[in-house]
Design a protein around this ligand. Structure first.
Ligand code: GLA
Length: 397
């Protein structure tokens, strides 16, 4: 759980903004609910566009260690600042010569990068794919400098597509500090089947999220295929959150409606997704803060059993997701993907693997709303369009 700069600042990120995000994470109280990572995404390195006036012709020093751009004059100092705030710090790179945004990637310098991250005190690496497609046939015949940043091909090739992640995973393991390793190759080659073998702890399953209903819907609907591979230390990553002020450098309030935001956070919790806030933490409104600080919802996301919930039943546009919890209860999300409000009497509890006398707790409202006998009673459900009811069902005597 933490924050990442991308959905908010895009390429406009800077050390100052990262520090202010760390301050805001603490000041807003988010830190007291478990949010603890401050992750820098793309654009802390020099860009191939060479627009940075501090660029003196080299992106790396003579020993191959990366040089940070003028917006990040002191990465070690920044990491110390974040650590002194009681938080952890993450960074971003790509196995190709270029990141997606055209900054220096790790290709050919994986050892130096892993060593540098450890020296700075980095706790988390997000490792992308962009431009690796252009050098996938190492040794490559093309000059890595001329490879386009957005070259994606080849990631499904199980040998060649896994290799760069193994390489960096092995170097990270050799460092004297633990660095959480997140793969960002959009699910190619069924990454959930092999991510664990390259020492990763989480991996993106799908393409980049944006703050639209279609994006959240399509990503949500694509998660179940990987669910059985989730377990403690191995998490499927449906991408970062799009609530609050987002914009990738052009800030605006999320275009998701309030009910869509409830559905987004509820399902990401059911999915046991790595939760990375993507908004401007200095501009949190009370609705967004409430979405992100409901401890009963967070507890579903963080449940120690580490299962990923899946859709157990579909009724028209209604999809009913359940997640087994460590205490034997289940989280249940009644997610309405349709355009109409739904009213129904629900009694199919056996289809969800729920039996006997149950207490139903509304997690968003944090209160018990009913006690039912699953083979006799019906539950009245009213679910807004693109909205959700998020419950916990626990057996009682
Ligand atoms: C890719 C990733 C994003 C972000 C950008 C940075 O698109 O999927 O999350 O890291 O690269 O350029």
């Amino acid at each position: 759980m933490g924050w990442n700069s991308w959905n908010c600042f895009g390429h406009e990120v800077s050390a100052e903004k990262v520090k202010r995000a760390a301050d805001a994470l603490v000041k807003s109280g988010l830190v007291d609910h478990g949010w603890s990572y401050i992750n820098i995404d793309d654009s802390w390195q020099f860009n191939r566009d060479q627009k940075d006036s501090a660029f003196a012709g080299n992106m790396r020093d003579k020993d191959g260690f990366i040089i940070t751009n003028s917006k990040f004059p002191d990465m070690k100092g920044l990491a110390d600042y974040v650590h002194d705030s009681g938080l952890k710090i993450g960074i971003y790179s790509s196995p190709g010569p270029w990141t997606c945004g055209g900054c220096a990637g790790s290709y050919g310098y994986e050892r130096q990068d892993a060593e540098k991250y450890a020296e700075w005190g980095i706790d988390y690496l997000k490792y992308d794919w962009c431009s690796y497609g252009g050098v996938i046939n190492r040794p490559t015949t093309s000059d890595p400098k001329t490879v386009p940043s957005l070259s994606f091909q080849g990631g499904g090739d199980l040998q060649k597509g896994v290799y760069p992640f193994q390489l960096m995973g092995d170097y990270l393991k050799k460092q004297s500090r633990d660095i959480v390793y997140n793969l960002c190759q959009y699910g190619m080659g069924d990454v959930w089947k092999w991510g664990n073998q390259v020492h990763a702890q989480s991996w993106r399953t799908t393409n980049d999220i944006t703050d639209s209903w279609a994006s959240v819907r399509d990503i949500a609907l694509a998660q179940d295929k990987a669910a059985s591979y989730a377990k403690p230390g191995n998490w499927n990553d449906p991408d970062m959150l799009v609530v609050g002020i987002v914009g990738w450098g052009n800030s605006h309030p999320t275009r998701l409606k309030p009910d869509e935001q409830y559905l987004h956070i509820s399902l990401w919790s059911i999915f046991s997704a790595p939760m990375l806030i993507g908004c401007d933490l200095e501009k949190l409104d009370s609705f967004t803060l409430n979405l992100l600080t409901n401890d009963e919802v967070i507890a579903i996301n963080q449940d120690a059993l580490g299962r990923q919930g899946t859709c157990q039943q579909t009724i028209g546009d209604l999809r009913i997701y359940t997640k087994d919890l460590e205490d034997g209860s289940k989280a249940v999300a009644f997610a309405n993907f349709g355009l109409e409000r739904l009213n129904l009497s629900y009694s199919d509890f056996n289809k969800l693997g729920i039996y006997g006398k149950q207490i139903i707790r509304d997690l968003w409202r944090q209160k018990d709303i009913a006690q039912i006998q699953t083979n006799a009673d019906e539950l009245q459900l009213e679910i807004p369009a693109h909205g959700v009811l998020f419950y916990k069902l626990s057996r009682t005597q």
